[in-house]
Design a protein around this ligand. Structure first.
Ligand code: BJW
Length: 235
């Protein structure tokens, strides 16, 4: 009999770090090289769309050849082998969870390989660069496309579904996120209020580390597979 039935897993940039994808707030992270106000707000896009498109085209290009690591694979194994329900909510815009085989997931901050039509609202798979002249096939080429990314000040995707999963869960696990960005940083408090057991797996204590019942610190490729084994053993 598994100890936990319904598991919600929140992942952040630290999960993909060992696959060679930069985090945001670590010493050499993305925000040490770019200003958030220049590339990750709707105002930045309105002011200088080309700069924002270039930033995400560069990130999209950087995904080429990146492979899921042992932590992504362990989470996919958890979903496949756990007798109850597992939902992965990721803040990451890469596709490494899917590449590892995870099926049930929510990309709350959007996806690099997707484009959003500003005219008809369609979100569609878009592996190519997005340029000022890219247009939407769904509105016969008139709609302009933007990256399908949730910028600061915009509402993350599927918040209602996420809060519903948090209210039904009995285990919440946060992996590889610094706990700086809301609403994701508030999920641990929300889960605790609902009586959910909470665990943090991160390289170092996050901003909200003291809110978790348990914390396990170390690189994701080491700590996540061990934690998954423990859950699958019913411990
Ligand atoms: C390892 C490791 C290894 C390394 N193994 N671990 C005041 C109070 C409350 C909220 C706000 C506020 N002021 C403003 C807000 C709202 C704002 C916010 O939170 N701002 C904060 C900065 C304060 N949030 C928003 O605007 C969000 N929307 C929102 O709130 O909507 C409601 C609303 C809408 C309209 C009006 C009013 C309300 C939207 C947030 C969008 C975030 N977007 C970004 C960029 C887009 C995606 C992209 O370009 O990739 O998303 S920001 C960036 O941060 C990215 C990430 O998903 C997100 C979280 O980062 P993450 O994953 O935690 O990465 P890091 O780098 O911070 O941490 C990595 C961790 O891994 C570290 O701890 C390392 O130690 C660890 N690590 N290697 C394990 N090998």
């Amino acid at each position: 009999m598994p100890r936990y039935d319904r598991i919600v897993i929140l992942t952040g940039a630290g999960l993909s770090a060992e696959s060679g994808i930069a985090t945001f707030r670590d010493k050499d992270g993305i925000w040490s090289r770019y200003n958030i106000e220049d590339v990750a707000t709707p105002q930045a896009y309105a002011r200088n769309p080309e700069r924002v498109l270039d930033f995400y085209n560069m990130r999209r290009e950087g995904l080429a050849g990146k492979q899921p690591n042992a932590a992504h694979k362990a989470l996919a194994r958890l979903e496949a082998e756990h007798k109850g329900e597992v939902v992965v909510v990721t803040q990451n815009i890469d596709n490494l969870h899917e590449a590892a085989g995870t099926k049930r997931m929510i990309h709350m901050h959007g996806e690099l390989l997707s484009a959003w039509c500003l005219a008809c609202g369609t979100r569609q798979a878009w592996p190519a660069p997005i340029t000022l002249t890219s247009t939407c096939p769904h509105c016969t080429g008139v709609g302009r496309l933007r990256p399908d990314i949730v910028w600061f000040g915009e509402m993350p995707y599927q918040m209602e579904a996420i809060y519903e999963h948090l209210s039904e869960a009995d285990l919440f696990v946060s992996i590889g996120t610094s706990g700086n960005v809301y609403p994701a940083a508030g999920f641990v408090a929300e889960a605790r209020q609902n009586g959910v057991h909470t665990v943090e797996l991160n390289l170092e204590p996050s901003e909200g580390a003291s809110l978790f019942h348990e914390t396990i610190h170390g690189p994701a490729t080491r700590v996540v597979p061990g934690f998954v084994d423990r859950i699958l053993r019913g411990e």
